[in-house]
Design a protein around this ligand. Structure first.
Ligand code: BGC
Ligand code: ZN
Ligand code: ZN
Length: 359
């Protein structure tokens, strides 16, 4: 079958015929309908994600961790014709968190990730899977349901932030989070999904970028009720109860964000910065302690988060239809191989989510 392959940790990407890798124990046969591309894929393709590895005993890895497929051979739970999305990170088989279905908190570090760490991904015509790693896709949101994988990461992140803030009274007098101010740094797929979800949680949400918003972005911000901040000159004296770093730019951003964090505030680190650093001198540490701040790393959503993501996409389709739709900025046919390679190599200005159509 046709597949998109990489040779980690080296750079490069190829579209070629491969043998069916015979996925271990996969009882459900799925035909791929579409796959999404994210920053992780491009880092792998460009040889920048050093932790990437092929499956044991192989040199090539099939890329792709965002996918929607249709079941061709079911198992009772999943029937022929069902639309499904796979969970991308899978357990190490050893630690308690993995045994409880939460490899996002794997303790051995030996979890596998489709299309990234020792497990073939979904950029191929077919794959086989176990029902426990599959989530049903509501046909009504099919057009943008590919967002459910990155949204699962975001759902897990917000759950984690709320768990951390369970240490104090974070609700406001009206019982919601309406008096809490959140800043999301970055307006890519992840940043926008964080903004939508935090807004759903009832917070006052600000999003920032180092430039003015594009026309379509301004429309989305207005539709959802988001405030925009051009951070090229700092955060304008604003302070926040929650700051989420989702820009994928530099580590220096983390240091800038810390100084805008309110007492009891949380800084959530989501993206993988490419360069630079931040440091805290003794004054910075003292302030951090005195303000009872928390920094938390946010990685990988699991099955409960994929399920919640499907529900939220369905709800947002009714209340913010323009926002979810405008996040799919390009669809490339897998037959257009040159274009597939190009979109995998680089992000074009203004692009949010690019999908590869396998039909
Ligand atoms: C994926 C996450 C994954 C992370 C780290 C992201 O692109 O969406 O699920 O855990 O990369 O590899
Ligand atoms: Zn991703
Ligand atoms: Zn584990």
């Amino acid at each position: 079958m046709k597949a998109v392959v990489v040779k980690p940790p080296g750079a490069g990407v190829w579209i070629k015929e491969v043998q069916d890798p015979g996925d271990p124990q996969g009882r459900v046969r799925i035909r791929t309908l579409e796959t999404g591309i994210c920053g992780t894929d491009r880092e792998i393709v460009n040889g920048r994600r050093l932790t990437t590895s092929p499956p044991p005993g192989r040199e090539e890895l099939i890329l792709g961790h965002e996918a929607i497929g249709v079941v061709e051979e079911g198992d009772g739970i999943f029937r022929e014709g069902d639309l499904v999305m796979p969970v991308n990170r899978r357990p190490c088989g050893k630690c308690l968190n993995c045994k409880a279905g939460r490899p996002d908190y794997c303790e051995t570090g030996q979890f596998v990730q489709a299309g990234a760490n020792s497990l073939d991904g979904f950029m191929r015509e077919y794959w086989n899977d176990e029902p426990k790693y599959l989530v049903k896709v509501p046909p009504a949101v099919r057009e943008f349901a590919i967002l459910a994988q990155p949204l699962a990461d975001v759902e897990k992140s917000v759950e984690e932030i709320l768990t951390v803030q369970g240490r104090l009274i974070w609700n406001c007098e009206d019982g919601t989070l309406s008096c809490r101010k959140a800043l999301v740094i970055g307006t890519g797929t992840t940043g926008l999904l964080f903004a939508l979800l935090l807004k759903t949680e009832g917070m006052e949400v600000w999003v920032s970028n180092r430039r003015e918003p594009r026309e379509w972005e301004a429309k989305v911000f207005q539709e959802v009720g988001l405030n925009f901040l051009n951070s090229s000159k700092g955060y304008g004296g604003e302070s926040f109860d929650l700051i989420v770093e989702a820009s994928g730019s530099t580590a220096a951003v983390v240091g800038e964000a810390l100084s805008s964090l309110r007492r009891n505030g949380v800084l959530g680190l989501f993206s993988f910065p490419r360069e630079e650093s931040f440091s805290l001198d003794h004054r910075g540490v003292q302030t951090f302690v005195m303000r009872a701040n928390a920094i938390v790393g946010l990685v990988n959503g699991q099955k409960p988060h994929f399920q919640r993501a499907m529900v939220h996409l369905s709800a947002w389709n009714s209340i913010w239809p323009n926002a979810v739709r405008s996040m799919i900025t390009k669809v490339v046919s897998v037959r257009d191989e040159g274009e597939v390679i190009r979109v995998l190599r680089e992000k074009v200005r203004g692009e949010i989510k690019v999908k590869i159509d396998w039909t």
